[in-house]
Design a protein around this ligand. Structure first.
Ligand code: PEP
Ligand code: MG
Length: 590
């Protein structure tokens, strides 16, 4: 940065993450990595492999943490970035890349850093050299390999991606450009905001900065040339404006905005101890969705009344063999114990479409299905594979000795599926009862279903006779109702859970549950949108399950409305002609 004048100047960039940041600007330059090319002594190989494993574990934790943060983002941002996180996590599993890196340490006697760099580069080059027209996709895949290698390298050398750590707390972090992996290592409490000269509002970095909750403006051209290190600036993540060397009036205005922002955050934190009740007394239960066990403390802080959806896929991921009954039971027990008497709803393994699980390879069809979303998903796979279904049911039953648990079936379309699982559940229960000294609950756990196919919603009355509870999965319900996959750009515009067709199915399901006197909840992403909460309450949903971060805002929305307003909103939404009309109605709720 060159020394320049100290008069107030304004710059504009892409507003990426809202909020006001005030502080001295400090630029973070990337420190060069020095990688040794000297050969290891044979005796040093085990220690080098351990060092690699530690770096891999740290990399995995960082990515999982990041993935958990993403769930607090708007759905479209999540849809954009979550698959990328999965790609990275997959590469950190038992992948070809890692096998190659280990071989270079063991056989090539390279130090871990050199092994990672050489193997990743060979992989990236091989991807780029693949035949075919899709050059852009090859370039993206090669960059993903290089990106994960950078993460492992930084974790090996224990060097931050940038010299972030040396920057004084409260500064505005400035950089020419930030990669997603840089963003992933930013400690949100360390900085007042982020500014870059390059980058746009829709890239992965932008999405990650939103997840960090730091005010950020990207692509502010000319800014870096104009600042002296340490000069004061204001960043407004809403308008995209950066004020360099702000005068008194600008500072005062920004400070006012900042304190309003702090007050709003404080109000949300205070909500934790308050009930989710409408102004006229309707109690709503707010629960958390759990994807990874390390999210548990955050769930407790958010004031969740139990776990409404434990997606058990993580137990099967990043491993080569299936987890057995005992190891599953331990994981579920730990979670149930941590929830301290609050109910935990464990969904059986929901394999299908985007959920890649290597350990399942022997259980899946040999040939890829032409239409996986309509194929062997969720409960369909489990009913064909008792080796998957029975140990999981047994493990969940056993966890029931530690506290209240419920079993949730994914992707149900017909009553026969529920009956068939009930039969297996009875058998597994009898088998467990015969085992001595095995702590068990008094009765088998309640067995409920995800309502996420239009068939399940349309036939909810009959399904309510064979199910102990319903949980509506609006993500899949929307996809199957509108025949639109949000991951496909052409269909993504059609994908909208606010379409009256989807709302009608939610209403039907709620009515059937009410008539049969069984609990019903919504656990899809729609439940985490504060604006949609009154609508769901009006549609007859007394229980919502969402990412823990979303609970305070949803609670705030419920506490600000009345049941009467929710009911009229739902009636109006069901009569609306389009998702657009419903959105307008939501904006108008008290
Ligand atoms: C859903 O479909 O809404 C749901 C909660 O399940 P998943 O997102 O895990 O498919
Ligand atoms: Mg689903």
């Amino acid at each position: 940065m060159k020394p320049t004048s100290t008069r107030e100047r304004r710059f504009h960039g892409h507003p990426v993450a809202p909020g006001i940041g005030i502080g001295p600007v400090h630029e973070a330059a990337e420190p060069p990595l020095a990688i040794s090319t000297a050969k290891l002594a044979q005796d040093d190989v085990p220690a080098e492999l351990t060092r690699l494993d530690e770096a891999l574990t740290r990399s995995r934790h960082q990515l999982q943490k990041l993935k958990a943060r993403l769930a607090a983002l708007p759905e479209d941002s999540q849809a954009e970035i979550a698959p990328l996180m999965d790609v990275y996590l997959h590469m950190l599993g038992p992948s070809r890349l890692l096998r190659g890196i280990r071989a270079r340490i063991q056989a090539g006697l390279l130090c871990a850093e050199a092994a990672v760099q050489t193997e990743a580069e060979t992989h990236a080059e091989a991807i780029l050299a693949l035949p075919g027209n899709d050059k852009a996709s090859r370039a993206r895949r090669a960059e993903e390999v290089r990106e994960i290698a950078r993460r492992i390298l930084r974790n090996l050398t224990r060097q931050p991606f940038r010299s972030f750590a040396s920057l004084s707390p409260g500064s505005l972090l400035a950089a020419e450009a930030l990669r997603p992996s840089d963003a992933a290592l930013i400690q949100p409490t360390q900085f007042a905001g982020i500014i870059t000269a390059e980058g746009g509002a829709d890239g992965h970095t932008a999405v990650m900065l939103r997840a960090l909750g730091l005010p950020a403006v990207l692509g502010a051209e000319g800014l870096l040339e104009a600042v002296k290190p340490g000069s004061m600036a204001i960043v407004d993540g809403e308008s995209g404006e950066i004020i360099l060397n702000p005068g008194k009036a600008s500072l005062e205005a920004a400070r006012k905005k900042l304190s309003a922002q702090t007050r709003a955050k404080g109000a949300l934190a205070r909500l934790q101890r308050l009930p989710a009740v409408t102004r006229d007394g309707t109690q709503i239960t707010l629960q958390a969705n759990l994807e990874l066990p390390f999210e548990l403390p955050m769930i407790a802080r958010a004031g969740a009344q139990g776990i409404g959806l434990l997606r058990s896929e993580f137990i099967f991921m990043n491993r080569e063999t299936l987890p057995d009954e005992d190891s599953q039971a331990r994981i579920y027990q730990d979670i149930v114990e941590a929830m301290d008497g609050e109910p935990v709803t464990i969904r059986l393994l929901d394999w299908g479409t985007d959920k890649e699980i290597e350990a399942l390879s022997g259980f899946l069809p040999e040939l890829p299905e032409a239409n996986p979303a309509l194929g062997l998903r969720g409960i369909r796979l489990l009913l064909r594979q008792p080796k998957l279904l029975e140990p999981q049911l047994a493990a969940i039953i056993r966890a029931g000795a530690a506290g209240p648990v419920r079993i949730l079936l994914p992707m149900v379309s017909v009553t026969a599926e529920v009956r068939a699982v009930r039969e297996v559940l009875r058998r597994v229960w009898r088998r467990l009862k015969r085992r001595r000294n095995l702590p068990l609950p008094d009765t088998p756990p309640p067995l409920g279903i995800m309502v996420e196919t239009p068939a399940a919603a349309l036939n909810a009355k009959a399904l309510a006779r064979v199910s102990d509870f319903f949980s509506i999965g609006t993500n899949d319900l929307t996809m199957y109702t509108l025949a639109a996959d949000r991951a496909q750009p052409v269909a993504a515009r059609l994908y909208d859970p606010l379409e009256p067709a989807v709302l009608r199915l939610i209403r039907m399901t709620a009515e059937a549950a009410q008539a049969a006197e069984i609990p019903v909840s919504v656990c899809g992403e729609l439940a985490s949108r504060p604006q949609a909460a009154p609508l769901l309450v009006g549609l007859g949903i007394p229980q919502l399950s969402m990412h823990g971060n979303a609970i305070p805002r949803v609670k705030q929305a419920i506490r600000a409305t009345t049941r009467t307003a929710c009911d009229s909103l739902a009636d109006a939404a069901l009569a609306a002609g389009s998702a657009e009309d419903v959105r307008t109605l939501l904006g108008a709720t008290p």
